[in-house]
Write a protein that binds this ligand. Structure first.
Ligand SMILES: [Zn+2]
Length: 407
């Protein structure tokens, strides 16, 4: 529990630094970091987030912190800073991604403007989630300015390659494998109405069906001696998979939801109008509930396809498991309590979609909040923005939560 004097000095420091925070956020929004890649082709040698990483690194250094670049390559390095009692067993990580989705063609406002108009800061990534990154940095700065001493260790992790599908080995996963494993974690994805205590999972795969290619004019095809139509076989596979149901247990985090199997979402096949196609590929997308796995879905697919005697292969594209935490986890309760003091209401707990690296932490038994951050909007084609008054409040809530969780 923070005493009143500490609460006051934190609030004062957040507000005294806020114009610098807005200027810093403008800068990292203008620093482009669109990530158009998939988990399979995200390159190690392209500086996707590097400009943002360098700005964060410089600002942390300027404020007297000791940031480090930790990553699989120079161009895809995460920025990590530890502060407080570095040998403490109790630790808290605030984790957020530096990349954004690619700009959309119909974005009517300049996607990288970073400009401020009537209390809103505009630009791609301002809400998802560079605004949050600025809150992390200025929460730490406020604690420092307010003279707060932490008994535990604070870890700020600014990570790469999340928008490729929240299953990259370069970002959060890389840090965990290097032994940077906190006692608890907050991923401050936007929205202050809810504390997200779970996320649904996703499994994407492609089904490759093989046939035998032959010219449609030859007698071997006419007589059924040669050739097999891979697209016709795929049609049978598609039919067979239409009624596939994935068993699941009801979840408290996702009331009323169930696994959703969609196949196909995309089909590719054939080479010419007069050639029997020797290959057809179709993609599938499966939304998962806690307890569901990729191998479970694959077994169910195989069970259906076995009966068809077709030549096929299932190739994994990505898998993010559904995860949830107990809503009574200390990190949830600390965050709710501090949010109530600053916002005047308790944000309820709720589940979310599969969009964060949080499952990597859950796999290592680290209780993780999957979302609680600033408010704003990102409607398609209308530009993305973050509300400045909310940004300031969230910074204060993070600072108070760090101070009380690590007291
Ligand atoms: Zn995000």
């Amino acid at each position: 529990m923070l005493n009143k004097a500490a609460q006051k000095s934190i609030a004062h420091a957040v507000s005294a630094n806020f114009s610098s925070q807005v200027e810093f956020l403008s800068g990292i929004v203008r620093a482009k970091s669109p990530n158009p890649y998939t988990p399979q082709d995200s390159p190690l040698d392209e500086p996707v987030e590097k400009e943002v990483a360098d700005l964060i690194f410089e600002k942390l250094s300027e404020y007297g912190f000791s940031p480090r670049y930790i990553g699989p390559s120079k161009n895809r390095a995460n920025v990590v800073v530890e502060w407080g009692n570095k040998r403490a067993r109790n630790s808290l990580m605030l984790n957020g991604h530096m990349d954004t989705i690619p700009p959309e063609g119909n974005d009517v406002i300049s996607p990288y403007s970073g400009s401020v108009r009537s209390g809103k800061l505009h630009g791609l990534g301002s809400l998802d989630m560079k605004g949050t990154l600025s809150c992390y940095l200025y929460a730490a700065k406020a604690l420092k300015d307010a003279g707060i001493k932490l008994a535990g260790k604070l870890i700020l992790a600014f990570v790469v390659d999340e928008e490729s599908g929240s299953c990259s080995a370069y970002g959060t996963q890389y840090l965990l494998e290097k032994g940077i494993v906190p006692r608890a974690c907050i991923i401050g994805e936007h929205g202050s109405k809810y504390v997200r205590t779970g996320q649904r999972g996703v499994y994407r795969f492609k089904l490759v069906v093989k046939g035998e290619s032959v010219h449609t004019g030859v007698s071997a095809w006419e007589n059924g001696e040669k050739g097999r139509n891979a697209i016709a076989d795929m049609a049978r596979a598609i039919n067979a998979l239409q009624d596939l149901e994935i068993p699941y247990k009801a979840s408290r985090t996702f009331p009323g939801r169930r696994p959703v199997f969609t196949f196909p979402t995309k089909v590719v096949g054939g080479s010419a109008m007069n050639v029997v196609p020797d290959q057809c590929t179709a993609y599938g997308d499966v939304r998962l509930m806690p307890g569901n796995s990729d191998s479970q879905v694959k077994l169910l697919i195989v069970e259906k396809l076995q009966k068809l005697s077709i030549d096929y292969e299932i190739v994994d594209m990505m898998f993010v498991p559904a995860v949830e935490i107990d809503t009574k986890e200390p990190i949830v309760e600390f965050l709710q309590k501090e949010a109530k003091e600053v916002l005047g209401y308790v944000p309820e707990t709720k589940g979310s979609g599969p969009g964060t690296d949080g499952w990597m932490l859950i796999k290592r038994d680290v209780p993780t909040v999957f979302g609680f951050g600033p408010d704003g909007s990102g409607e398609h084609g209308r530009g993305e923005w973050v509300e400045l008054s909310s940004l300031e409040k969230i910074t204060e809530i993070y600072a108070r939560t760090i101070a009380s969780f690590l007291a």
